[in-house]
Design a protein around this ligand. Structure first.
Ligand code: CP3
Length: 358
């Protein structure tokens, strides 16, 4: 399929973009590519803006958030921007105090440790609690729409956010989270219901503010849990989240890592598009979730640190696995690593477009 003869303007241009065509399973003139964590520490211009400011100050400023969202688009020919925020801010309106430590990453200062803590959690509307990010979505979408580039909104999935609320930060073993599940299943249910309500509201609000698709990051469910626990304690809530997102009227991406053992169950939780990690070849994942379901992925982010010949082999392998079928969006299998060179990202984006055009 060639490029459309008459190029529509404004809103229509984003709708006809390669990314949104692929998210709907339609043939696109080129394989669309964007990278999880494409705005961040590997970019010197991000580090310059971050200098002397905290992550939360950046997130609280719609102007700075918009600027950071657009930074990677100034360097690379990406098919999407993702709004600059993080997965933790929804917790602060619920009554948890958060900050970002440059050594240990995200920190919840008063993590949940009792069923009473769960009952105390507030469920405020996104407009009240996350207004600066919603304003940044409006501003970034206004910049990007005339260029035909879709803006993505995002949030964590309920399990991944619960793990931060309970562990107080990134965890290796997730024992506190699992102990709450096993010891206090009713309290776990209440926590997951509250998180799901807050996350659904935030994602729908991002779509209303101008996000053309939304991604749900379940970064840790597959790392932490076996299949049976995923099915019992997580999937019903993630399912409810994706069902609520239908109201947003934009495609939703269901991304997870470490879930190769039960990707069918993850896919069954919902989402128009399934985002996959690099543990299996893309074609294997695609057959398991169904070839009629759009897929996003899945180069190992570490390959971006390798010499070009190795990087090219890795990109070729992903594109060969996709075999030119409609409904593939090129991405990494997880976020860009901070030690990545921007030159490698540029080569990747250009090569995907060159090889993935028809
Ligand atoms: O382009 C983008 O994707 C930027 C927006 C973005 C950030 N975090 C900014 C950020 C997004 C989509 C996220 C998602 C996020 N945050 C996830 C899901 C994706 C994934 O990687 O699994 C998770 C688990 C987090 C939690 C988090 N935030 C961690 C573990 C860390 C520390 C480690 C790291 O990768 O930096 C953060 C901090 C963070 N979030 C930074 C940025 C730019 C670095 C903060 C700094 O400037 O010190």
């Amino acid at each position: 399929m060639g490029r459309p003869a008459a190029v529509p303007r404004g809103e229509d241009r984003a709708a006809a973009s390669p990314l949104l065509l692929a998210f709907r399973g339609k043939p696109a003139p080129v394989t669309p590519v964007w990278l999880m964590r494409q705005a961040g520490r590997y970019l010197p211009e991000y580090r310059a803006l971050r200098e002397g400011r905290s992550m939360l100050e950046l997130i609280a400023s719609p102007e700075l958030s918009t600027q950071i969202t657009l930074q990677p688009l100034q360097r690379f020919d990406l098919d999407a921007a993702i709004i600059f925020c993080d997965i933790l801010p929804p917790l602060s309106g619920m009554g948890l105090r958060i900050h970002f430590d440059s050594q240990s990453g995200p920190v919840v200062e008063n993590p949940i440790s009792s069923t009473r803590d769960i009952d105390m959690l507030a469920v405020p509307p996104a407009e009240e609690n996350l207004g600066s990010t919603l304003q940044a979505v409006r501003m970034a979408a206004a910049e990007l729409s005339p260029r035909g580039i879709p803006l993505l909104g995002f949030a964590a999935a309920p399990f991944t956010l619960a793990s931060y609320a309970i562990e107080g930060g990134t965890s290796k073993s997730y024992t506190k989270t699992k102990l709450l599940m096993y010891r206090e299943p009713a309290a776990w249910e209440r926590l997951m219901r509250k998180l799901t309500t807050v996350l659904a509201d935030f994602l729908v609000a991002q779509a209303r503010a101008g996000a053309k698709a939304v991604q749900v990051f379940d970064s840790w469910a597959g790392i932490a849990l076996g299949r049976d626990d995923y099915l019992r304690f997580v999937q019903p809530h993630t399912k409810k989240l994706f069902a609520s997102l239908k109201a947003a009227g934009v495609p939703a991406i269901n991304f997870s890592t470490g879930s190769a053992g039960f990707i069918e169950d993850v896919a069954e939780a919902g989402g128009d598009v399934v985002g996959v990690d690099w543990r299996l070849p893309l074609g294997v994942y695609w057959k398991r979730i169904g070839l009629d379901r759009p897929i996003q992925g899945n180069l190992d982010p570490a390959v971006l640190l390798a010499p070009w010949r190795e990087l090219r082999l890795g990109i070729d392998a992903v594109l060969d696995q996709a075999a030119g079928r409609p409904g593939h969006v090129f991405n990494l299998g997880h976020g860009v690593l901070p030690e990545t060179s921007p030159d490698a990202v540029k080569r990747l984006v250009d090569y995907v477009h060159e090889r993935g055009s028809r």
